[in-house]
Design a binder for this molecule. Structure first.
Ligand SMILES: CC(C)(COP(=O)(O)OP(=O)(O)OC[C@H]1O[C@@H](n2cnc3c(N)ncnc32)[C@H](O)[C@@H]1OP(=O)(O)O)[C@@H](O)C(=O)NCCC(=O)NCCS
Length: 324
């Protein structure tokens, strides 16, 4: 028997305020048409004043718990992927723990920017398979609107706020790829690419939270290549290939990156979950948001093989293969 971390609940939360591309036309030299054609984004959600990352995460966590039919104290651990915490510390995970009324277990944050959810899911899986936790809430939650430079048209039109969550539970499998649960993961980073995507402030440097800076075009080229290789690596580790994949659940940064990666992997767009048009790039929240939407739309079903892949600042990138 092999212990697997099986998804038994999923949920998401998006802030109420929806901002269409046209809203940027009023303050920036940009158009709805440019944003749509270059990125695939049509609208995004922005958190209200005073609405923090932990608030979004707590809503997503509550939805995922409800979907799993569990109460907060059924959970042993919370792992949150975020680069936009409410405060420098404590962790967003402990804030969510308090907000949802969970009085036991432990929580911590993982920071790998847009690849954060892949890293968090890999860590959560390790907690489950090593027997340290039976049930784990894995959450991606972000308020990237707080780190936008609103005068930089090349970045501020691309990002959005939101949160998504999964509940993982230890279940016994046969040790084959027919088992439900996380089957493999592939993690990578290369700090030499730091300047491609970073925030120009921080606690131990400027003492400020800073604004996002990005070299979009070179990053685009890195993204397609690295996302294809990491997704392939995750599948190969367990003897699977692109033909076995029911759904690619990609990080939602740009429709052209999503299409380019799917093409290189040989998976038709009908088998790719796409939410970038409605959410923009929500960084670590984008994959659990896409999973939750994919389930709600009746696309992702129990037993489907998913490969989730993401890349972001670091650069950090990775993929997880899992059977839903
Ligand atoms: C950002 C991105 C959409 C830009 O698309 P692109 O086709 O690479 O466009 P470029 O950056 O080459 O810019 C082309 C032109 O559009 C302009 N432009 C940039 N943003 C614009 C906007 N919002 N509206 C109008 N024009 C804009 C640029 O200034 C540039 O003008 P120039 O040729 O006069 O210098 C694309 O590079 C991208 O998605 N990159 C990766 C982003 C990503 O994955 N980020 C996160 C990873 S987690």
């Amino acid at each position: 028997m092999t212990t697997r971390a099986v998804v038994i609940g999923v949920g998401h939360y998006l802030p109420e305020r929806v901002v269409p591309n046209s809203e940027f036309e009023q303050s920036l030299d940009t158009t709805d048409e440019w944003i749509r054609t270059r990125s695939g984004i049509e609208r995004r959600h922005f958190a209200a004043e005073g609405e923090t990352t932990s608030m979004l995460g707590a809503q997503a966590a509550t939805a995922a718990l409800k979907n799993a039919g569990l109460v907060p104290d059924d959970i042993d651990a919370i792992v949150v992927a975020t680069s936009t915490p409410d405060l420098t510390f404590p962790s967003v995970a402990t804030m969510i723990q308090e907000k949802i009324g969970m009085t036991r277990g432990f929580g911590f944050d993982v920071q790998a920017v847009c690849a954060g959810f892949i890293y968090a899911l890999t860590n959560a899986n390790a907690l489950v398979v090593s027997g340290q936790a039976k049930r784990v809430l894995v959450i991606g939650a972000e308020t990237f609107s707080r780190i936008m430079d609103w005068t930089d048209r090349a970045t501020c039109v691309l990002f959005g706020d939101g949160a998504g969550a999964l509940v993982l539970e230890a279940q016994e499998g046969d040790g084959t790829t027919q088992d439900r649960g996380v089957l493999s993961s592939d993690l990578n980073s290369d700090g030499r690419y730091r300047d491609m995507l970073y925030v120009d402030g921080g606690v131990s440097s400027t003492g400020t939270s800073g604004k996002l800076r990005m070299q979009g075009n070179p990053l685009f080229r890195q993204a397609v290549e690295k996302l294809t290789s990491t997704a392939t690596a995750a599948l190969t580790k367990v003897g699977l290939d692109d033909n076995s994949v029911d759904w690619i659940v990609p990080h939602q940064a740009n429709i052209r990156i999503i299409q380019g990666t799917a093409k290189k992997l040989g998976v038709p767009m009908e088998r790719v979950i796409v939410t970038v048009q409605d959410h923009g790039n929500t960084s670590a929240a984008s994959i659990p948001l896409a999973m939750s939407v994919g389930v709600a739309q009746g696309k992702i079903k129990k037993g489907d093989l998913l490969v989730a892949e993401a890349i972001g600042g670091g650069l950090a990138w990775g993929a997880v293969a899992l059977r839903w």
